[in-house]
Design a protein around this ligand. Structure first.
Ligand code: GCU
Length: 860
């Protein structure tokens, strides 16, 4: 037996203080739950972590287990870090007494035969958990797996599950990565994050890697706890200055931080770096000098970061340079990197998001279709990629829309492993200002059966490689966590990161189980809290789809500016290819083979046949595949246009219920988390009405078909600001018209003017009402508004949402800046004077759209 006792860690017992929850610990709070301390006696009092090297994941596991036991149960378990299990060398001289102990380590370090333990079959990263009152074993094939097992054990304990169990868990997919779209920044500023809504970069500052990487430590811990094994740094629209020596040294520090968590770092690379950064005359992927340049840089990286995971490339897309510049194939481009990485066991992740946004012409060409691009570009290349290339494919053929069919490219790659690209960052999905729990959407996508060769071919089995009898490929998610203490900008959004990691490990988890577990870990075990968060979360994606883009028409967000608020008209008339082809009579992309762009034919025959016909296309993708009249009947019996109206009213109504449901949790969740979440849900409730009205009015205007239920265009509780008595305020015609009620708003006459708008409440009976003001909060000033009734102030507020929300900052008076402020239960007298005073600030002219005096609990 070896004597390998290297360190003994005893955590002193200390009282547990209740601190405000900022969200920074995510689901790893290890909060004590009522009665937890009772279990302490039966839990491990001693932890044997079978690696004494601090940078090893097994060492991390030991520390984490001690932390969890202490924090949840008040149990100070001693940790012994040993190279191989040696009870006799322990401070207890081999006598374990009656107290329970835990062993965590690799199978190599734990001699299962000697200890008479039968371990089920494990693959890389998998683990075996054997929990008994006397001894708990956490064993794995590799170090990373042991850490995953430790996190799983703690996950159970933190949810109150102290039962015995014995099971093995192997990851469904080998690749479980996250992508960080962080920019390097310059001029003394923080790195921003492309499509990041949770603050600035935790990695970069002023063009270099930050000195203080404390948050990166915490991020690594969070990611490892859900099984993430790779992180790609810097924006896919990459910056080659990462190769500066100072940055390579910085990346080395980042790699050192992730290593103890079993996470390997990689880089997004700029295809033309040999020329734009290296000074060569070309970046042609088959040019010898270019090949040498990449080899040299890769050698240098591996010298500094030996476990570097590889490169990610966005090439020949959206203006990014790529192999197509030189008429080389995408395989030429991918293999260039793959060959430099190969000697080191690195992976080349090549993105399939390849299209030319300048060459699409909608008006002239009925057959033009951005959705066709990926399959067209990759056609014939399947056998041409080196064996360490993985193709990273966005889940849908366009771009992170609220509903897309599974990308058909997944069915075209048989020899080349694929990874599905998901987006935890809610780019087209409310940018963390709207709660959208994405697990149900991901589940639908992953469960979709592509019927390749008429055989079961669920997306999850295609990406894990199971469909092809291999274990290669998997998952990548654009996460874009930032320095905001909630990581993503909102407490509720973090459930998406949790669900992503868990589904990448095991796509058979249910969305409900995931949200329940996450809620217990994040907020509380309280039944009301768990039920409420589940209800809100499970309703959130359908509600968002209802008010943002129905029947597969895509998210009708402003695609030219921000990708956030409603702007249905922005989809068409430009070469970005997110078209709806809406005209006065009809709407939708004809993607049939018989008459349209032919996209439906890119699927295997059974799926292609389903999408080819209106009758067999599911309603929720009708407009993705077909161009139909607004009067087309759906399977539900409604017409397309009436479905639009109904869905928008339904979705916005559901969003109102999130507020009241959450309010019932006051006192049951931490006050900071409660308040911050409530303010976002209130915002969402208001903005869902902006969505509802914008989209409904846009299509009412286009189609001239009225809502059979008389709602669209009729708002009986509203008084339009432009109809009020104005002084210092002037009327302003909003563009696009549907962003403001009746197309008009008011703005102060100048940037320094104070405006007053007033009217008499002659049509309202005295009583208590909810009073709502719809206005615009632009990111170019902090105007102040004061609402009063007969001279008594009801409320005063500032337009400073840009500081508290992470959504794309926008400067126009439109659907992105439109917002509602509601005062509930206000005593109103018939004939009273309603007055709103707006004080402009900066370039924000205190814009107001309308005021609603609403019966209590009504939202309109
Ligand atoms: C979207 C997104 C871009 C991003 C691109 C990509 O289009 O809006 O910001 O660069 O996707 O995935 O490459």
């Amino acid at each position: 037996m070896q004597t390998a006792l290297l360190q003994l860690l005893l955590l002193a017992l200390a009282p547990v203080f209740v601190l405000a929850e900022t969200g920074i610990d995510a689901w790893l709070r290890y909060a004590p739950y009522p009665g937890a301390e009772k279990h302490a006696a039966a839990l491990p009092h001693k932890i044997y972590a079978l690696n004494a090297t601090k940078s090893s994941p097994v060492y991390t596991a030991g520390t984490e287990l001690a932390l969890g036991l202490k924090s949840i149960f008040g149990l100070a378990a001693a940790v012994e870090y040993q190279q191989t299990l040696d009870y006799s060398s322990s401070s207890e001289g081999g006598c374990l007494g009656r107290k329970s102990h835990l062993v965590v380590g690799t199978l190599d370090a734990f001699d299962a035969a000697e200890h008479k333990v039968k371990v089920p079959e494990l693959i890389e990263d998998g683990y075996f958990l054997d929990i008994t009152p006397k001894r708990t074993l956490i064993l794995a094939k590799n170090e990373r797996g042991a850490l995953y097992g430790a996190f799983e054990y703690l996950n159970r304990l933190a949810q109150g599950n102290v039962k015995s169990a014995s099971f093995a868990s192997n990851p469904d997919a080998a690749v479980r990565w996250v992508n960080q779209w962080d920019n390097m920044a310059s001029g003394g500023t923080h790195g921003s994050i492309e499509r990041g809504y949770g603050g600035v970069s935790m990695f970069f500052w002023n063009g270099v890697v930050r000195e203080d990487l404390d948050r990166v430590h915490q991020y690594a811990r969070i990611l490892a706890s859900v099984g993430i094994n790779g992180i790609i740094l810097n924006n896919v629209n990459a910056n080659a200055t990462l190769f500066d020596d100072i940055n390579l040294r910085g990346l080395q520090r980042i790699g050192d931080i992730f290593r103890p968590y079993g996470i390997r770092i990689g880089l997004s690379v700029r295809f033309d770096a040999p020329q734009s950064y290296g000074g060569l005359s070309t970046f042609d992927p088959i040019d010898a000098s270019v090949i040498k340049w990449w080899h040299d840089i890769t050698d240098k990286i591996y010298h500094m970061i030996p476990d570097f995971v590889g490169y990610l490339s966005k090439a020949s897309s959206e203006g990014q340079p790529g192999p197509l510049t030189y008429n080389r194939t995408l395989a030429d481009g991918a293999n260039l990197f793959a060959r430099t990485l190969k000697p080191y066991g690195g992976t080349m992740m090549f993105r399939a998001f390849v299209y030319d946004h300048r060459s699409l012409n909608q008006t002239l060409d009925w057959k033009a279709d951005r959705a066709n691009a990926a399959v067209n570009f990759f056609e014939g290349l399947d056998s041409k990629f080196d064996d360490n290339v993985v193709i990273q494919i966005k889940y849908g053929p366009i771009d992170f829309q609220v509903r897309e069919p599974v990308s058909p490219l997944f069915a075209h790659l048989r020899e080349t492993p694929a990874a599905v690209e998901l987006q935890v960052s809610q780019e087209y999905l409310g940018q963390q200002m709207h709660v959208v729990y994405m697990a149900p959407m991901w589940k639908e996508l992953l469960d979709f059966d592509l019927r390749i060769d008429s055989k079961p071919s669920q997306l999850r089995d295609v990406v894990s490689g199971k469909r092809w009898g291999r274990h290669q490929g998997g998952y990548a998610a654009v996460v874009n966590a930032g320095l905001n203490s909630t990581w993503l900008g909102s407490h509720l959004s973090l459930s998406n990161l949790y669900a992503y990691g868990k589904l990448a490990w095991d796509p058979s988890h249910t969305s409900e189980d995931l949200i329940d577990a996450w809620t217990r870990l994040t907020f509380s075990h309280d039944r009301a809290v768990v039920d409420t968060v589940r209800t809100i979360s499970m309703q959130s994606w359908p509600a968002y789809e209802d008010y943002s883009g129905n029947l597969g028409v895509q998210t009708l967000a402003d695609i030219l500016n921000g990708h956030y608020g409603p702007n249905p008209g922005s989809q068409d008339g430009n070469p970005w290819g997110q078209w709806t082809r809406a005209d006065g009579d009809s709407i939708g992309m004809d993607r049939t083979v018989s008459n349209g762009t032919g996209f439906a034919g890119q699927y295997p025959p059974e799926v292609a046949a389903m999408y080819e016909k209106v009758e067999t296309t599911p309603d929720n993708l009708l407009l993705w595949f077909h161009h139909v009249p607004y009067t087309q009947r759906l399977k539900s019996g409604l017409t397309v246009i009436q479905h639009f109206y109904d869905a928008h009213y339904r979705g916005a109504a559901v969003a109102q219920t999130f507020v009241t449901a959450w309010e019932k949790l006051k006192g049951k969740v931490d006050a900071t988390q409660y308040d911050e979440t409530l303010s976002r849900l209130v915002y969402q409730a208001g903005h869902s009405l902006v969505w509802r009205d914008s989209v409904s009015n846009f299509y009412f205007n286009k189609s001239s078909i009225a809502d059979t239920r008389g709602r669209v265009g009729n708002y009986k509780y509203r008084v339009e600001a432009e109809d009020m008595q104005l002084s210092g305020y002037v009327k302003y015609q909003v563009k696009p018209f549907e962003s403001a009620s009746k197309g008009w708003a008011i703005v102060t006459a100048s940037n320094t003017t104070t405006g007053t708008a007033s009217y008499k409440l002659d049509k309202v009976e005295s009583g208590r009402y909810d009073v709502a003001v719809n206005y615009f909060d632009m990111a170019i000033g902090n105007s102040t508004w004061t609402l009063s009734l007969d001279g008594a102030v009801v409320g005063k507020w500032k337009g400073d949402l840009e500081y508290s929300s992470g959504k794309a900052a926008t400067i126009y008076i439109d659907g992105q800046t439109a917002i509602r402020k509601t005062f509930r239960g206000v005593q109103v007298k018939k004939g009273a004077e309603v007055k709103i005073v707006g004080v402009a600030d900066g370039k924000e002219p205190a814009p107001v759209d309308y005021i609603s005096i609403l019966p209590l609990g009504t939202a309109d």
